[in-house]
Design a binder for this molecule. Structure first.
Ligand code: SAM
Length: 199
């Protein structure tokens, strides 16, 4: 049964993709890589169809891709439950299933020096996440998408831009407070520059 939070954020028990399989749009991955540098190897530990892995590879990163599912759509190693893996890598970048986002981040912190997680802005809330994660491990940076950003299901946008997403970045040894910044889609940013010129 859906929790109150899940209902409030539009989660539906029926109609969800198996294992929360939704792809991250390319431009959202590029926006992260335009702002952050990672050390290889980078592990995309819930790789889906490779939406993040492929952009990383294009940028010259050495990428390890794996996913729990075993079907032919999976890019990388199939049937790998990240939560039971003990591999150590320099970086992890992923968009995990929302329902197990907390466990993914806690485990990723044990496996990598730098982590970037694509998730809903609501990930910042809840007592459980505050107690188990944010009060002990503050992200170094949070990049909020200033415009709504739709994930993809079979290549088509889903949730029609109703959810607000962000990139959450953790770095080993970081003890400060997180810096908050915004990601403005490139087309919108260009429009704003043009508007500013006419003022
Ligand atoms: C929201 S999709 C994102 C896919 C891909 N990371 C992307 O950004 O396009 C979440 C993915 O996590 C995978 N997944 C779910 N539970 C997992 C687990 N315990 N270990 C590894 N992968 C898992 C699902 O099969 C699905 O492909």
């Amino acid at each position: 049964m859906a929790t109150r939070n899940q209902r409030a954020t539009g989660w539906k028990e029926t109609g969800r993709q198996k294992d929360d399989y939704y792809s991250t749009p390319r431009w959202a991955v590029e926006a992260l890589l335009d702002r952050e540098i990672f050390e290889s190897p980078v592990w995309e530990c819930a790789s889906g169809d490779g939406a993040i892995s492929k952009v990383l590879e294009e940028r010259g990163y050495t990428v390890i891709s794996s996913d729990l599912r075993q079907d032919e759509t999976v890019y990388g190693e199939k049937g790998v439950n990240f939560l039971f893996e003990t591999k150590k890598v320099k970086s992890i970048i992923t968009n995990p299933p929302f329902k197990s986002g907390l466990n993914f981040v806690l485990h990723a912190l044990e496996c990598a020096d730098k982590i970037a997680i694509f998730g809903r802005i609501q990930f910042l809330e809840s007592f459980e996440r505050y107690e188990k994660l944010f009060s002990k491990h503050s992200p170094a940076r949070v990049y909020v998408f200033s415009g709504r950003c739709s994930c993809l299901k079979n290549g088509e946008p889903v949730n029609a831009g109703i959810l607000c997403f962000a990139w959450f970045v953790w770095e080993k040894g970081f003890t400060g407070k997180p810096v908050l910044d915004w990601i403005v889609p490139k087309k919108k940013a260009l429009l704003l520059v043009e508007e500013a010129k006419t003022k």
